[in-house]
Ligand binder design. Structure first.
Ligand code: GAR
Length: 221
């Protein structure tokens, strides 16, 4: 997407399933003027997600699309597409959304859906990333922001933050160290997109017209 196509303030729709701390950092970055965008809607598949309260507090519209109420993944995704497209967002932000999409949905949002994943992709796709990094005795771990494609956690990477794995780490201690970095790199990537600097050209991430390396931009705290 080019700057001229983003002359209006970009509209975002954010999908969550849980605590919504990444949603909160986005709300805060917009409130501070660091990111110029509006969150048109927060959608949760979990009716009790704490992130819904964060959205309410910020005066943002919310909607629950509970996957348990749909007979198939296809039907659930069709309802998600309907709810998202109703807001005509430039960007869909996955912030701890814990459902696997159909290719129909990922193709529909090609180049305009970002996800944050708590690992140094392509390592540890899927769940329990912190446990698996410890089991593998990695000395580094981290988080990645990537464009969403039909391959689970496999889309082109925008930015990665690296943290050390320390000897006494438990999964929760390591997760907390990674989450601090998530709260830094996700707003950076969303800001780039909203400014029209970040695009997906076929399978390659482009930043200011230059292709990024496959590991995306490194962010070193
Ligand atoms: C974050 O660690 C995010 O990276 C992860 O869920 C957590 C959500 O936290 N996402 C995934 O694992 C997606 N596969 P939050 O609700 O506090 O933002």
């Amino acid at each position: 997407m080019h700057q001229e196509s983003l002359q209006q303030i970009p509209r975002l729709v954010v999908l969550i399933s849980g605590g919504g701390s990444n949603l909160q950092t986005l709300i805060d970055a917009i409130a501070a003027g660091t990111i110029v965008a509006t969150i048109e809607l927060v959608i949760s598949n979990q009716p009790n997600a704490m992130g819904l309260a964060r959205a309410h507090k910020a005066g943002i519209a919310t909607q629950v699309v509970n996957h348990l109420e749909y007979s198939s993944r296809e039907a659930f995704d069709r309802e998600l597409i309907r709810a998202i497209d109703d807001k005509q967002p430039e960007l869909v932000v996955l912030a701890g959304f814990m459902r696997i999409f159909t290719p129909e949905l990922t193709n529909h949002y090609h180049g305009r859906m970002l996800n944050i994943h708590p690992s140094l992709l392509p390592l540890f796709k899927g769940t329990n990333t912190h446990e698996r990094a410890l089991e593998a005795e990695e000395d580094q771990h981290g988080a990645s922001v990537h464009f969403v494609t039909s391959e689970l956690d496999g889309g082109p990477i925008v930015i990665q933050a690296i943290v050390p794995v320390l000897e006494m780490d438990s999964p929760s201690v390591l997760a907390a160290r990674v989450l601090v970095q998530e709260h830094i790199i996700y707003p950076i990537a969303i800001k780039w997109f909203c400014e029209g600097r970040l695009t997906l050209q076929n399978a390659t991430v482009s930043m200011d017209g230059h292709n990024l390396p496959v590991q995306g931009m490194p962010y070193l705290p």
